[in-house]
Design a protein around this ligand. Structure first.
Ligand SMILES: NC(=O)c1ccc[n+]([C@@H]2O[C@H](COP(=O)([O-])OP(=O)(O)OC[C@H]3O[C@@H](n4cnc5c(N)ncnc54)[C@H](OP(=O)(O)O)[C@@H]3O)[C@@H](O)[C@H]2O)c1
Length: 330
């Protein structure tokens, strides 16, 4: 029987329940996928802690991305057959060993991609692509700051920017990861080093994933016509159970921008919530097709058995991760 990881309510990493499910047949426009790998995203930690406004009511199963093998094809689906190796995106429910998912949300794996690569791709690729090219409109010569450079989103940004002649500076909260990033050719600082070094300024683009007061601090480091894209609120996250104090502090410190101020400052502030792009599936999934055009070097850091999901979440919350973390289904 298929299995699924359920969040019965909010809590620490041990709150997950692994259980068996009865899955219906694939509907006309769906395919059924035997999942090999499910991607873990930082948002899954926020929703496990009950801090993610867009999450369904408890109980629910998190998970936005997966890879695996097609085991059933809906009546109207023409472009897939049983046995195809695929990856794709889903609107929650991805922490499952089998999934029914609309066929337009699924893609065949490129010849040189593994199933691990596929499960690591959808969220970070789509977020990085829309952020860098649809919103920030990155061009040659841009000076760029990415404040979550060591994670899967930061890694994907580095990959997508490979063909553009730009300067990338990265930030991390872990001093121990600086050398790793220098080895990857990325000038990297801790957040403290960055805030204490006023000469690191005049950015054309800043990706802000921490939210709260860091948005104001980053805004002040933009150059003329500089733009920020806000992607997250990681400064609201404590390890384990949620800290309402941390979450409230993050919200309280969020700046409010007025159009006149932006006009006078010649700066732009934008945001992305990739999940909400599910409301515009053509926009979202036509971009997924572009992934094959990039010469992507994937960075899967660690794979945990699905039953060890608590360890996988703890690995991320302990800031040990250095790339994508996946769950494996047997
Ligand atoms: N808006 C969207 O649609 C969207 C989509 C994808 C990701 N995001 C956001 O982008 C950010 C990075 O995502 P990701 O997928 O790259 O994450 P990830 O791979 O899970 O990265 C985890 C890393 O985040 C850093 N981190 C920062 N604050 C942390 C905290 N409070 N607790 C634990 N780790 C923390 C740590 O790196 P260091 O040790 O280097 O600091 C940690 O190793 C997150 O804020 C996420 O919510 C947004």
């Amino acid at each position: 029987m298929p299995e699924q990881l359920l969040l019965p309510t909010h809590g620490d990493q041990n709150i997950f329940k692994l259980g068996q499910i009865k899955l219906k047949g694939a509907r006309n426009e769906e395919v059924k996928v035997k999942v090999h790998f499910s991607g873990i995203n930082f948002a899954d930690i926020l929703m496990r802690q009950g801090l993610y406004p867009d999450a369904p009511a408890f109980p629910f199963t998190p998970g936005y991305e997966f890879s695996g093998e097609i085991i059933e094809v809906g009546a109207t689906v023409k472009n897939f057959k049983i046995g195809d190796k695929v990856f794709g995106g889903c609107f929650f429910g991805g922490y499952s060993s089998e999934l029914n998912v609309p066929a337009n949300q699924v893609r065949r794996l490129a010849d040189n991609w593994t199933l691990e690569d596929g499960a690591s791709l959808p969220v970070s690729f789509l977020t990085a692509y829309v952020t860098l090219f649809d919103l920030a409109r990155i061009k040659n010569g841009d000076k760029i700051l990415i404040d979550c450079i060591t994670g899967s989103l930061g890694g994907m940004c580095i990959e997508l920017l490979k063909g553009i002649d730009c300067d990338i500076i990265g930030l991390t909260s872990s001093k121990s990861k600086i050398q790793l990033m220098l080895n990857r050719g990325i000038e990297t600082y801790t957040h403290d080093q960055f805030y204490n070094n006023k000469s690191l300024n005049n950015f054309d683009f800043i990706l802000n994933s921490q939210g709260g007061g860091t948005i104001t601090a980053h805004y002040n480091r933009l150059g003329p016509a500089g733009r920020i894209v806000v992607v997250g609120a990681s400064s609201a996250v404590a390890k384990g159970k949620r800290s309402l104090l941390k979450a409230i502090k993050m919200l309280f410190n969020m700046p409010k921008f007025k159009p006149v101020q932006l006009m006078n400052d010649n700066k732009g502030v934008m945001g992305i919530n990739a999940l909400r792009l599910f409301e515009m599936p053509e926009f979202l999934f036509e971009r997924l097709d572009l992934a094959e055009n990039f010469d992507l070097k994937f960075n899967v850091d660690k794979i945990f058995d699905a039953k060890d999901v608590a360890d996988a979440h703890a690995y991320i919350e302990d800031r040990k991760s250095k790339g994508k973390v996946l769950l494996k289904w047997n």
